[in-house]
Design a protein around this ligand. Structure first.
Ligand code: GLA
Length: 398
């Protein structure tokens, strides 16, 4: 009897560690914790954001065409549902009642009409503001001190997602400023995904799960290999804090923007999927080439990201430039990325002991990019991999 209780206690404690020591509980084998009470983001969000490709050059026609392209390209059917405006959508000044005003030269029909259009396509609309006096572009007001009013405005327009930035913040701690908007969104009566963007400055993984659906763990990504791998590494430190309802955010995808090779973009997308990162496309999806579309459309890679277990995979082995990233999936499966960050081709190997598999396990490996299957694998999986390329597998014990 005592032995049983001790074993149960140990199980609870070790499961609790999966969520970084926050108050985890086990219900039906799924770890729950004190989540933001908006019920959103049980899997990482998928969609598009305007910033990486367009910066401030946005207007309503572009957003409507992007919603159209999301549907006609087939991406919407694969789960990409958010169409997110970033910075620069509003006038510099509020109106006489203190309301945010959509920029009349670029959003003449207003945000409510845009939300209606996006919703009519079966998609959701995201918007952007800042926990300071101005947004980062310095072209529109921030929401500091206007949280309740702005959250009500967003809800009245039918907004589904808020990215909340950290510029012009008057020096107070994000831990003071971000919870106010989180509560204002809850008070607004509309479920609005809350995306914190304080760039990882105050270790948001340790406090944001209670107030947000995701939190940036890094500075801004750029469309370069070095930037992408550094975002992946910084984000990896916080893996144990991610769980259904709240995710680490290593910043938006650069796939399709032209600054990396196809193999680098494949690695970028694979690692973001494995790390349960938001999959927010950052290219011009109206003009994507077939290679970009094929990368973003890989159903098997997407299903790793959207796996119901919701455990962030992480870097589990590093041998110079050769890395193994891995994490558990539902149904007793494991995902693995073998990644060669070096400048010439090399063999990358993951042993069952690296992956936490039983040493005697016989495994079926599904290659998520070539769609080939290897059966009867014993002891390890390995592959010869080109410079900056990766292989991604799902392993199932046979
Ligand atoms: C900050 C954010 C970016 C983007 C810009 C907009 O730099 O981190 O993701 O939103 O502001 O100005």
């Amino acid at each position: 009897m005592w032995m049983m209780m001790l074993i149960m206690l140990l199980l609870l404690v070790s499961n609790g560690e999966e969520v970084g020591g926050s108050s985890g509980e086990v219900e039906d084998g799924i770890i729950s914790r004190n989540l933001l009470a908006n019920g959103l983001a049980l899997t990482p969000p998928m969609g598009w954001n305007s910033w990486n490709h367009f910066q401030c050059s946005i207007e309503e026609k572009l957003i409507r065409e992007t919603a159209d392209a999301m549907v006609s390209s087939g991406l919407a059917a694969l789960g990409y549902q958010y169409i997110n405006l970033d910075d620069c959508w509003a006038e510099l000044n509020r109106d006489s009642k203190g309301n945010l005003v959509p920029k009349s030269s670029t959003f003449p029909s207003g945000i409510k009409a845009l939300a209606n259009y996006v919703h009519s396509k079966g998609l959701k609309l995201g918007i952007y503001s800042d926990a300071g006096t101005r947004t980062c572009s310095n072209t529109m007001p921030g929401s500091l001190g206007h949280e309740e009013q702005d959250a009500k405005t967003f809800a009245s327009w039918g907004v589904d997602y808020l990215k909340y930035d950290n510029c012009f913040n008057t020096g107070t701690n994000p831990k003071e400023r971000y919870p106010i908007m989180s509560q204002a969104l809850l008070n607004s009566g509309r479920p609005i995904y809350f995306s914190l963007c304080e760039w990882g400055q105050e270790q948001p993984a340790t406090w944001a799960p209670k107030i947000g659906n995701s939190w940036r763990t890094t500075g801004d990504i750029s469309d370069k290999w070095e930037s992408m791998i550094s975002c992946a590494d910084e984000n990896d430190r916080w893996a144990s804090y991610a769980a259904p309802g709240g995710w680490n955010d290593p910043d938006m995808l650069e796939v399709g923007n032209g600054g990396m090779t196809t193999e680098e973009y494949r690695a970028h997308f694979s690692i973001w999927a494995l790390a349960k990162a938001p999959l927010l496309v950052g290219c011009d999806i109206r003009a994507m080439d077939n290679v970009t579309l094929a990368l973003l459309s890989n159903k098997d890679v997407i299903s790793v990201n959207q796996d119901k277990l919701g455990v962030q995979g992480k870097k589990i082995k590093k041998d110079g430039d050769l890395e193994v990233w891995s994490g558990p999936l539902s149904k007793n499966r494991t995902t693995v990325v073998l990644w060669n960050k070096g400048t010439s081709s090399a063999t990358v190997i993951a042993y069952w002991s690296d992956l936490g598999l039983n040493p005697t396990a016989v495994v079926k490996a599904h290659d998520l990019w070539t769609h080939s299957i290897q059966r009867g694998l014993k002891g390890n999986i390995s592959a010869n991999i080109e410079s900056h390329a990766c292989k991604m597998f799902v392993l199932t014990p046979q």
